[in-house]
Design a binder for this molecule. Structure first.
Ligand SMILES: [Zn+2]
Ligand SMILES: [Zn+2]
Length: 180
């Protein structure tokens, strides 16, 4: 057992550095500079990288696919939200869940680190698109100079913004695998 004589251990990357640490996956001795602190303990950089590769299964076309799916579905869900009014607060997390599931299915469960945030961002933009066009109309027709004329238009945008935020955060957490 090497534990009885820790002095004999040297880092596998740095033969001149003595160490007491071992990677808890491949069990090679590692110095503090080579150790990465993970939720399951210290690991060497190679093992951490290997793990990330397994996690990153998304192909390049998965990103445009995810953006398109999330954007279009979020756009459609905004019109539904307008019909139900206040109940959009209940609909938003459900819409987010449906969007996340749709993306997951279309991508055949391939995933990557960046995918949740990219998909959520696209869902936010998709949900905001009808509102952004409203904003442009408000700005165009509110007359020149009178800032107060803008207020009612801007206030009417609060709910769609909340809706878009709820939908996109629901998409994000669902794809990240966090249950709320
Ligand atoms: Zn290792
Ligand atoms: Zn080292």
């Amino acid at each position: 057992m090497s534990d009885f004589n820790p002095q004999s251990m040297v880092c596998y990357n740095h033969p001149k550095r003595e160490t007491l640490l071992r990677c808890n996956q491949c069990e090679r001795p590692i110095c503090t500079a080579c150790a990465v602190h993970t939720p399951t303990g210290y690991r060497c950089k190679e093992c951490v990288r290997g793990q990330q590769k397994k996690f990153d299964t998304a192909l390049w076309w998965d990103y445009p696919l995810a953006i398109l799916t999330a954007g279009v579905l979020a756009f459609v869900s905004t019109f539904l939200a307008r019909i139900v009014g206040f109940f959009m607060l209940i609909i938003a997390p459900v819409a987010g869940m449906i969007i996340a599931e749709a993306v997951r299915r279309i991508l055949k469960k391939r995933r990557s680190k960046k995918l949740p945030i990219i998909t959520a961002g696209s869902a936010f933009l998709g949900a905001m698109l009808p509102t952004l066009s409203t904003l442009i109309l408000v700005v165009l027709f509110s007359g020149q100079g009178q800032v107060t004329n803008l207020l009612p238009g801007l206030l009417s945008m609060i709910w769609p913004v909340i809706f878009a935020l709820l939908v996109s955060s629901s998409v994000y957490f669902r794809l990240k695998g966090i249950r709320v």
